[in-house]
Design a protein around this ligand. Structure first.
Ligand code: FES
Ligand code: FES
Length: 203
């Protein structure tokens, strides 16, 4: 008996459930773009190397070109179409807009989805390869430009808008930190002119 190569799956995307039949080899990226018309998520390399297809899976960033749609069933999927609250842009979207964190815009949805998760990872105290002191007692590392560049290094921008992208991520992190009362750690503005002030960081 031949095994079936397709299944009906239900994906939870941006708070809505979508049921669709998919070939088991279909990537989440192709399901989003070609089957559900959620074309905000972009296809760049289709090999997990550029970050253009980044979405949030259960709040963590993931490159959707390396994720099978069938494996995303049961996960909470957030795409760029779902990060705003109605007419109110997400603070990261607003910062990219205000600071020109893009040129052609092709990489921008992935950059924004990554940045949203980066800010949460940093606030939760996750170290990066750029973190000098990774001991837990050292607290949250300062979110310097080097930290932002390292944490966003999976997202390439062929237009080279990196300077503005770093500024936008710093601005958004600062805005989000200001909304929560500080407890531990410090969030410092990038040390190469990204233009943020020191802000106490909440973890
Ligand atoms: S399209 Fe997925 S990482 Fe490039
Ligand atoms: S803004 Fe054009 S690729 Fe990044």
């Amino acid at each position: 008996m031949a095994l079936s190569t397709s299944s009906a799956i239900t994906l939870n995307i941006n708070g809505e459930k979508h049921t669709l039949p998919v070939d088991h080899r279909t990537t989440l990226l192709d399901a989003l773009r070609d089957r559900l018309d959620l074309t905000g998520t972009k296809k760049g390399c289709d090999h997990g190397q550029c970050g253009a297809c980044t979405v949030l899976l259960d709040g963590s960033r993931a490159v959707s070109c390396l994720q099978l749609a069938v494996a995303a069933e049961g996960r909470v999927i957030t795409t760029i179409e779902g990060v705003a609250q109605g007419e109110e842009l997400h603070p990261v979207q607003q910062a990219f807009l205000d600071l020109d964190g893009y040129q052609c815009g092709y990489c921008t949805p992935g950059q924004i989805c990554s940045a949203i998760a980066v800010i949460e990872e940093h606030a939760a105290g996750w170290p990066s390869a750029a973190t000098a002191d990774i001991r837990p007692e050292a607290g949250v590392p300062p979110l310097t430009a080097d930290e932002i560049r390292e944490r966003m290094s999976g997202n390439l921008c062929r237009c080279g808008a990196y300077v503005s992208i770093v500024q936008a991520v710093a601005r958004a992190a600062e805005a989000e930190a200001a909304q929560s009362p500080p407890t531990t750690g410090r969030l410092s503005g990038p040390d190469d002119g990204a233009g943020t002030e020191d802000v106490e960081m909440t973890v």
